[in-house]
Design a protein around this ligand. Sequence first.
Ligand code: PLP
Length: 390
Amino acid sequence: MLDIIQAEDRHTSGLYTKQPLVIVRGQGASLWDINGREYLDCNSGHGVANLGHAHPKVAAAIAAQAATLITLFESFYNDKRAALMEKVGGLVPGLDRVFFCNSGTEAVEAAIKFGRLSTGRTEILAAKRAFHGRTLGALSATFNKKYREAFEPLVPGFQHVSYNDIPALEAAVTERTAAVILEALQGEGGVYPADPAYLQAARRICSERGALLILDEVQSGFCRTGKLFAFQYSGITPDLLCVAKSLAGGLPMGAVLIGPAVQNLTPGVHGSTFGGNPLACAAALAALQVMEEEKLADQAAAKGDYLMKKIQGISSPLVREVRGLGLMVGIELRQKAAPYLAALQDQGILALNAGITVIRLLPPLVITYEQLDHLAATLAEVLSKEIKDE
Ligand SMILES: Cc1ncc(COP(=O)(O)O)c(C=O)c1O
């Protein structure tokens, strides 16, 4: 085990804060370290493993496609890509064109470019606390100084307004605004769901002023919040929808779903070498089928309610607020989350933070009720006493 840690430490870029755990296997909502200790995964690879780890249907689809055809540029047609385009293009009425890429930041990057291309305008409005990715365009839409500062000057034309603040949006969208980009539920920024009225207002304001509405559901998408997409709680349709994370059951894949108002997408203006490769497409086809067969959105809604009630029942002076939708849950503490995350890890639960004071829970949606009970009991125990931050 030490050999493994030393090898990574010797060669790491240095960009990641590492836990001294060597995780080698997963099944459902469980992970195992190299010594055979089981952990309950409430991190899901930062929200990727919605279907759970090692889902047999996804594994079988990947294995079969790997032995058939892994790569093919989108300048040629392919059976798996065609099937996935039909599937993804039918997920949201009106968003029937699809651009495939490989990550969330690439989906956001593409949507920003499409927004500029389509409107001929340059300004992009994003929200305070937003996280949209780390490539320079997406980073310009991201709010937190911690991610931005070292890379300034970023792309010009980006502005941030308060989230869930309709008057601020009314005041900021002008005839120069190409697009408004919003998370339907802010994840990294602290787990803040959008008010349905806010998204409805954003839709109206964009339509009235000729700007496009981009929704980023990279983290909240694919059943996590109890619906296929979190924006569906508000009954609107965006012009561009960015997705990634769990789309291909764990393989890297991103996509932008594109509505009729988006124009000027002509050959060569954007593209991706790996985007829409048959391997990722086969994995995504299997993953989407599993989401339907196992009714993962319904599962997330029911289990999210169950977990939320249990967490709200924890009476701890350390807890300021519990927020979320479905199985995307944030527990805001009155102090730093890090020591409590470490205590959870000691007890065999892997969770993550969202900002400094929020414990974020993103378990696989196949987590069992028994595992939820264990999670809630362990949270109650860890939050029962103050842990000093060293
Ligand atoms: C809402 C949102 N958008 C974009 C991204 C960037 O995705 P990726 O890390 O796949 O580039 C993330 C990543 O956490 C995210 O949560």
